[in-house]
Design a protein around this ligand. Structure first.
Ligand SMILES: [Zn+2]
Ligand SMILES: [Zn+2]
Length: 795
């Protein structure tokens, strides 16, 4: 960031105010938080005038600076109102009084000053916000100059992070820099009483970007009304690439089985669920019955995809299956960009598939040339907007877990807001945590805040790997941190791209064990640095201290004292290593090799049994694992999931869907005994095998697997918590995204007087790892940094 060249030209004409009677004071206030690009300065201006104060307000690299002078009582009222009446999209982290003095003379008025540039940019850039009601009303008002204008926005809504190129946030440092304002927009932009005062992306049909409709080969179709033409094509069953806020979507009519099948075929996405966009809440009800917390999440300004239980009596069951095969949930979002509202108003089907535009597992396409290149042959037409997107940001995903919305994928609408403010994140040099391998995110801890990036994807994918490196640079530039001058944290696994990248930076590095990072992410979110807890980190795979694959771990301790592993799943074989993570039947063989009885062999293909026997017979060739994710896979393999998975977590979702259909609350499930240090899966799988041989239905069996694991885990937690005198149990790791397991686990823990904590603002999956790494690094001792890792039972 360039250093200070502050300009103090008044941006508003001084307006004379009557001077207050009696003694006056002058106070200089620093406001930190999400206070730029959200209408904060005009709000301060109006408030100051209401209270009869004089002085100024300005944006700088640290947030908002205010100098207000007037009667003491008025000043006190002003400070109170700052928090109470704060604009909807703003978030105040702190108001600090830097100076206070008695003054004899008052300035002539209260003014808004131009932005000052500053050395340390720690001000917060707002996430992208859904179009607000006032703008929506204008969008459909034929007498408004922005009638049906797809880029309408104001200080309360619109794009932010997706258009910012540098801080402080003003138009010249956004992708709107190329569109000079017309006189009308300029007047609104300059008027502190206008809703668009300093709304950086303000634009209108006269001066702003527009949308065009391109044919399948990228030729401009020169439609007089591209949005209406696109809506008609969608209604006819075509697949359209639609440029949105953080990238392109592929859209088609969700009720049109042929269109959905064509999209799956072209996108090479055989089974992974598609997200839907519903015109309104009534349209959502065709596929799901959202509860109050889910409705609130759907309508929140972030407008995430919300995972909802599929409605049995909703849309045709076959159609629902095609949209989200073998899944109990369906992901639905409401329109958030003005363009989406225009498409629905112009006759687009009320339920659209809206899936990130890419091939298979690549990240969402966001540059026009890239979209045209990679989506040719995939889309029947392209609805392309002229406003450039500064960085790719996927749709966020939220699930209501235990009655509380939990961010499963943190991206548009949430990133890059900080998730934790704490002085421990103020150390110099700042901490840069690079996450793990899959579903990666990064965290930058600087100036007392932990900023978690948007979801970046699986780093095995080249585009995601590039997005990862871009984001390291991007977050660094935004907050004035050179990654080479930071302290860098990575996963214990040396082979992850993020770990290799960390070592290549040449900065001091620290390796943090995967599952401790999961537990730490929850503790950081709860601001619980010293709280001693029992942490249950359950996921698919992460490298353990002993070099084996972990994933069913219990830890005891705190962030500051460290987390000691106190229990785990009994190790099982993983015949074929990573291949067993993709093939549930192979995972099943790996777990069942420890069974005394060989009757299980009849359930699995002879080839898999033979290969598993052979590889486990030669020590060293076959990794062992304590992964509970693999245990769920193994159960799925035994209950009929006989193919390779096409995306992570697929078999577990399949099993969860069966279990939710077969729920029998009075059935405690298969026993999962705990001996004080290990959970023994042999008993559980043995009972499952007996049921399978007896011909008990798969749904019933799947329920018994879930109920049994939940019961076994809760009983162990009660025993461990009691023995060690802790009252809080932390749940983290991708396995806890299983909504049924989460519900049973939380209810069970509460039932025995324990307090369950889980992730809320970052993902329980690997997207939350970087926050946990940053928290553990923030309290790591100096010798840890010197050696690159800390003593094993700490991290
Ligand atoms: Zn608005
Ligand atoms: Zn204009």
């Amino acid at each position: 960031m360039p250093t200070s060249t502050s300009s103090s030209e008044p941006a508003t004409a001084p307006r004379a105010e009557p001077a207050p009677a009696g003694p006056v004071v002058r106070s200089r206030l620093r406001v930190r938080g999400i206070v730029q690009g959200v209408g904060f300065r005009p709000f301060v201006y109006r408030l100051a005038r209401r209270e009869g104060l004089r002085g100024w307000v300005l944006n700088d690299g640290d947030g908002v600076l205010i100098e207000a002078a007037g009667a003491e009582a008025a000043l006190a009222g002003f400070v109170r109102a700052l928090r109470l009446e704060c604009p909807p999209a703003a978030r105040i982290e702190a108001v600090a009084e830097l100076e206070r003095a008695r003054v004899a003379e008052l300035p002539a008025a209260f003014v808004i000053r131009e932005s000052a540039r500053h050395g340390d940019a720690t001000t917060l850039i707002s996430p992208d916000l859904a179009v607000c009601d006032a703008c929506l009303a204008e969008l459909f008002d034929p007498s408004d100059p922005r009638y049906r204008y797809p880029y309408i926005n104001c200080t309360h809504c619109g794009p932010r992070y997706s258009i910012v190129t540098a801080l402080p946030y003003d138009r010249a440092r956004t992708t709107m820099a190329a569109f000079p304002m017309c006189a009308h927009c300029e007047t609104q932009y300059a008027d502190p009483d206008d809703r668009r005062f300093h709304a950086q992306p303000v634009a209108c049909p006269t001066c702003g970007p527009a949308y065009r409709l391109l044919g399948p080969e990228g030729r401009d179709l020169a439609c007089p009304d591209p949005v209406a033409a696109a809506a008609q094509r969608l209604a006819r069953g075509e697949i359209l690439a639609v440029k949105g806020i953080g990238g392109y979507h592929l859209a088609c009519d969700a009720r049109d089985a042929r269109a959905v099948a064509a999209l799956r075929r072209r996108k090479v996405r055989k089974e992974k669920p598609f997200a839907l966009m519903a015109r309104d809440v009534d349209a959502v009800r065709a596929v799901a019955a959202p509860g109050p917390a889910e409705l609130e999440a759907l309508r929140s300004p972030a407008r995430p995809i919300v995972l909802l239980s599929k409605r049995a009596a909703g849309l045709d069951a076959r159609l629902l299956h095609a949209l989200a095969p073998d899944n109990a949930d369906i992901g639905v979002m409401l329109p958030y960009a003005p363009l989406h509202h225009l498409l629905f108003a112009a006759g687009a089907p009320e339920l659209l598939v809206m899936t990130s535009a890419n091939r298979s597992s690549e990240p969402i396409a966001y540059r026009d040339e890239e979209a045209l290149r990679t989506l040719t042959g995939l889309a029947d037409a392209f609805l392309v907007g002229e406003r450039p997107i500064a960085r790719r940001i996927d749709d966020s995903v939220v699930a209501v877990l235990g009655g509380t919305p939990t961010v499963i994928r943190r991206a548009r609408g949430y990133a890059p807001a900080p998730v934790v403010s704490d002085p421990r994140f103020a150390a110099t040099p700042p901490v840069l945590a690079l996450g793990a391998g899959l579903k990666n995110s990064i965290t930058l801890a600087v100036a007392g805040q932990a900023f978690v990036s948007q979801h970046l994807g699986d780093l095995d994918n080249l585009d995601a790997a590039m997005a990862f490196e871009e984001t390291v640079r991007d977050l660094g530039a935004m907050y004035g941190v050179d990654p080479r001058g930071a302290r860098v944290v990575h996963d214990l696994h040396p082979g992850y791209r993020s770990s290799r990248f960390a070592r290549a930076l040449g900065a001091p590095t620290l390796a943090v064990q995967h599952h401790r990072a999961h537990v730490a992410s929850v503790l950081a979110e709860h601001g619980a640095w010293d709280a001693r807890v029992l942490g249950l980190a359950f996921d698919g795979a992460g490298l353990g201290d002993d070099g084996t694959v972990w994933g069913g771990e219990a830890f005891l301790g705190s962030l500051t004292e460290g987390l000691a592993r106190v229990a785990h799943l009994r190790p099982a074989w993983l015949p074929g290593g990573d291949a067993a993570a993709r093939r549930p039947q192979q995972a099943a063989a790996g777990f069942l090799l420890a069974q005394a009885d060989d009757a299980w062999e009849a359930l699995l293909p002879a080839r898999i049994v033979a290969v598993s026997r052979a590889v486990t017979a030669s020590p060293g060739a076959c990794p062992s694992t304590t992964s509970i994710g693999r245990l769920f896979d193994a159960a799925a393999g035994l209950l009929g999931f006989d193919r390779a998975m096409t995306f992570e977590g697929q078999a577990a979702m399949w099993l969860e869907a069966l279990a939710r259909n077969g729920a029998r609350r009075d059935d405690p499930g298969y026993p999962l005994p705990f001996d004080g240090a290990t959970w023994d899966h042999r008993t559980l799988l043995g009972a499952l095998l007996r049921d399978v041989h007896r011909g008990v239905g798969a749904e019933r069996c799947a329920w018994r697997v879930h109920a049994g694991i939940a019961t076994g885990v809760v009983a162990a937690a009660e025993r461990l918590a009691g023995a060690h005198g802790v009252g809080v149990v932390v749940l983290s790791g991708g396995v806890w995204q299983n909504r049924l397991l989460h519900e049973l686990g939380v209810a069970g823990l509460r039932g025995c007087g324990l307090e369950p904590w889980w992730n809320l603002a970052v993902s329980p999956g690997d997207g939350g790892i970087s926050l946990g790494q940053a928290a553990l690094a923030a309290v790591a001792a100096e010798d840890g940094w010197r050696e690159g890792h800390v003593s094993r039972d700490r991290m």
